[in-house]
Design a protein around this ligand. Structure first.
Ligand code: SAM
Ligand code: SF4
Length: 345
């Protein structure tokens, strides 16, 4: 497929779901593979999808460009580890045209940082301005333990390279009981020293992860926030990203701290996003099984996106009101069978 979708089609109406939420944010998982095996995300022996099932880079371009033509203004590339997808810079470079035209306001990614040393300058050149890097600990041994295959110095070098290339880096930390509780202040200070914002994420019940127990891992952010408030002055910020994050400013450091609390908070009423998997399934909600296959209409009509657009509109009409995650009864309710690396975190 060499025909490039470039601009909004004339008369293309914005994507509005049944609850009057405008869909302006698409998260795209470009691969289910990863060079790490974080214990809360994957089991050690993951079976990955056969390559033929993945969208090609050209198909990813057509998908994203079609969504942009329908009003998506923010694109987050994720995975698996997006930077291990072969040829992924070709895709980033291709998306630059939408930044140049003004149709896309932000092109960004979430990464484990392992490949950043290599790719940071290219990402900056493609128009990426901000990235999220996942980092749960600053201790070499604990890092190897939580990621199984990752090595901390490589990720630190990646963060150095990203900052050097002018990318604004935000660190994502999954809050894990008994694992990084003791690093709350050191992680916060380390980020402050490097002028990086920080977001804490509650562990979510996504996919079978072998012998790990979700309730053992769960550290409610309500508790984390209270501990932070013992040492810092927290000012609530009105800022909303349309997602599950709530933000505060730490007055002493000036940092913005995010809390992603799908389990203790309901964030669904302002949800502006949908998620595309690497096989072309569109998930209208991270916490529900409903999805639409967009790969079939795409592959059935090479060079013509009308059927794809109709499939997208039909899917958005089915976007549910919200998710059903609930740990409050000390059992994992609303558990999802698919992994975060499949849907894209
Ligand atoms: N590999 C990249 C990374 O780690 O940043 C991108 C994909 S990863 C699935 C995206 C985010 O999801 C990461 O910040 C990761 O820590 C988080 N994540 C993975 N599994 C999770 C889970 N079960 N609960 C909460 N967050 C999770
Ligand atoms: Fe890989 Fe990211 Fe999942 Fe860790 S959280 S295993 S880095 S996809």
């Amino acid at each position: 497929m060499d025909q490039k979708v470039s601009a909004p089609r004339a008369g293309s109406a914005p994507l509005i779901d049944p609850f009057q939420r405008a869909i302006s944010y698409l998260r795209v998982s470009v691969t289910d593979r990863c060079d790490f095996r974080c214990v809360y995300c994957m089991s050690e022996n993951m079976t990955f999808l056969p390559k033929a099932q993945l969208l090609t880079l050209e198909e990813l371009d057509t998908m994203c460009s079609t969504f942009i033509g329908m009003g998506v203004e923010k694109l987050r590339i994720t995975g698996g580890e997006p930077l291990v997808r072969k040829g992924i810079m070709t895709f980033f470079d291709a998306m630059t045209r939408h930044l140049d035209s003004g149709a896309l306001r932000e092109l960004t990614l979430t990464t484990n940082g392992s490949q950043l040393e290599k790719f940071a300058p290219d990402l900056a050149a493609a128009g990426v301005r901000r990235i999220n890097v996942s980092l749960d600990t600053l201790d070499d041994t604990k890092f190897a333990q939580i990621t199984r295959w990752g090595r901390l110095p490589q990720v630190i070098r990646g963060i150095d390279a990203a900052q050097k290339a002018g990318l604004r880096v935000k660190i994502n930390v999954v809050a894990l009981k008994g694992f990084n509780e003791d690093e709350l202040f050191s992680l916060t200070q380390w980020c402050a020293t490097r002028d990086m914002d920080l977001t804490f994420i509650e562990v979510m019940p996504m996919g079978d992860i072998g012998n790990e127990d979700r309730l053992d891992q769960y550290w409610p952010l309500r508790d984390l926030r209270a501990r932070l408030a013992e040492r810092f002055t927290l000012t609530d910020l009105a800022e909303r990203s349309g997602g599950p994050a709530r933000y505060v400013r730490l007055e002493e450091t000036g940092q913005k701290i995010g809390f992603i609390t799908p389990l203790t908070h309901n964030f669904c009423e302002s949800c502006n996003r949908v998620r595309l998997t690497c096989t072309g399934e569109l998930y209208m909600c991270l916490g529900q099984e409903d999805m639409a296959d967009l790969r079939a209409p795409l592959r059935a009509n090479p060079g013509d996106t009308a059927a794809l657009e109709e499939a997208i509109r039909a899917a958005i009409r089915l976007k549910p009101k919200g998710h059903d995650f609930d740990y409050s009864r000390q059992v994992v309710d609303g558990k999802m069978s698919r992994h975060m690396s499949h849907t894209g975190g």
